[in-house]
Write a protein that binds this ligand. Sequence first.
Ligand code: MN
Length: 229
Amino acid sequence: MGGKEPTYFLRARYLQAIQAAGGVPIVLPLDIARSQQALLLQRLDGLLVTGSGSDLSPRFYGESQHYPFKKMSEARAKMELGLSKLAFEQQVPTLGICGGMQSMNVALGGTLIQDIPAQIETKIQHLQKNSAENTVHPIHIEPKTLLRRVIKKSSIPVNSSHHQSVKTVPRSFQISAVASDGVIEAIEAESHPFWLGVQWHPEFLYRKDVLQKRLFSAFVKAARDYAKS
Ligand code: MN
């Protein structure tokens, strides 16, 4: 079945995490014209930008590709970048996970490290080999950030399933968590009611870890508040 037929694939755990936090998830189509992205966003109370197995083409942040990796489809990249930019401008609550965080960053002018093992000297295994239900390295959460207010801890263990990471953030963003090797693990924007990207995968951890569940609960609450306003 399928063959070359275009097919959407999304891990159900993203939807289950939103449902567990009291939200109603809707899966979005990918190939939508820019003009229709705005119409689509008008109908949403929040935007979850999910991770993926492929990476943004570096041309979206002004670089050529220096390392081998699978590039995200053009349609998906344009959808993620376009919707993220609109959600930032229109103050729509947005949570980005792994590659989703990277899209939120690039959408507003940030850049990425294309390959951590090649570009950063580190002993941390950011691309873990065991199941993402296990945590592999701690992160340090900056004080006075949205992430700190949500998690209420200065350090937590996280899973790690990425070979790319945020390199530079747009002027309007803050870095809200780093690993001990300096790799950026969370970004946010204080000018926005809820704009949070995390480099790890809370959807693999929330069932057993109440701190991770708070990310989804806070996002759903922000979406509810946005819907009322
Ligand atoms: Mn990591």
